[in-house]
Ligand binder design. Structure first.
Ligand SMILES: Nc1ncnc2c1ncn2[C@@H]1O[C@H](COP(=O)(O)OP(=O)(O)OP(=O)(O)O)[C@@H](O)[C@H]1O
Length: 222
């Protein structure tokens, strides 16, 4: 399934997204790049239905509400901080009608690399640990279209590598993954396509870049 976003326009006081059009295909990872304030978060909030847009169309599967397919992980994790990660994931799994046993949840948390602190209260976690839990929730929910706002910024190098592999695998299972990031080498390694937002406009290119070509391309195009 391909999704097409056409002429999406979003204005606050000024126009942030100015008739932007791009395609998302299942199975692919998209790296969303752009300068500070370019509109990456705004675009993710628009695609996830968190905020309305002023103009444009989203085309996909006519039988399904597009927004019901999307899950957005914000840059700052939003968690119930007086629960443990285990309790939080258990709560989310019940909300999403997944009746996972305790053992299944622990196996899942193992895969996500969060078991060692899963019984401590989230309020005591580091920023990176909160981010891992936030990403684990996304993988538990298994949305068709996963939007991640700066997902790797607080992760250590081992967790970045693990997350990178996980994102590619997740897309290859027939899902769409969009990650917004300022970490260009990571965007180059993880993405099938690159989306660049600049001055309200969008450029979409295949990621055929090698060495530091993407960095040069981005610097010339943002
Ligand atoms: N609720 C809002 N009301 C008014 N203006 C807003 C609002 N949210 C964002 N903006 C403006 O929209 C523009 C795009 O912001 P956005 O957060 O989408 O950028 P970004 O590309 O995610 O930036 P960064 O890389 O710094 O996180 C900025 O000029 C910002 O000030």
């Amino acid at each position: 399934m391909n999704y097409e976003l056409r002429n999406i326009t979003k204005k606050y006081d000024k126009t942030v997204l100015d008739h932007i059009s791009f395609r998302l295909a299942e199975g692919e990872v998209y790296g969303l790049l752009g300068r500070n304030g370019a509109g990456k978060t705004t675009l993710m909030k628009v695609i996830s239905g968190m905020i309305p847009f002023d103009q444009g169309d989203i085309l996909g599967n006519d039988k399904v509400d597009f927004f019901s397919l999307v899950y957005y992980v914000p840059e700052t994790p939003v968690l119930l901080e007086y629960l443990s990660a285990f309790e939080m994931l258990n709560f989310v799994s019940r909300m999403h009608n997944k009746s996972w046993s305790k053992e299944q949840l622990y196996n899942f948390m193992d895969e996500q690399g969060i078991t060692s602190y899963s019984n401590d209260l989230i309020i005591n976690y580091s920023h990176g640990m909160k981010h891992q839990v936030s990403l684990a929730i996304a993988f538990l929910i298994k949305p068709k279209i996963l939007l991640l706002d700066e997902p790797l910024v607080s992760l250590d190098p081992i967790n970045i590598q693990h997350m990178r592999d996980q994102l590619i695998n997740y897309a290859r299972q027939g899902n769409v993954v969009v990650i917004s990031t300022h970490m260009i080498p990571i965007a180059q390694r993880v993405s099938d396509e690159i989306l660049i937002l600049s001055n309200g406009k969008m450029t979409q290119v295949s990621n055929t870049f090698i060495d530091n070509e993407l960095e040069k391309y981005v610097i010339n195009n943002i």
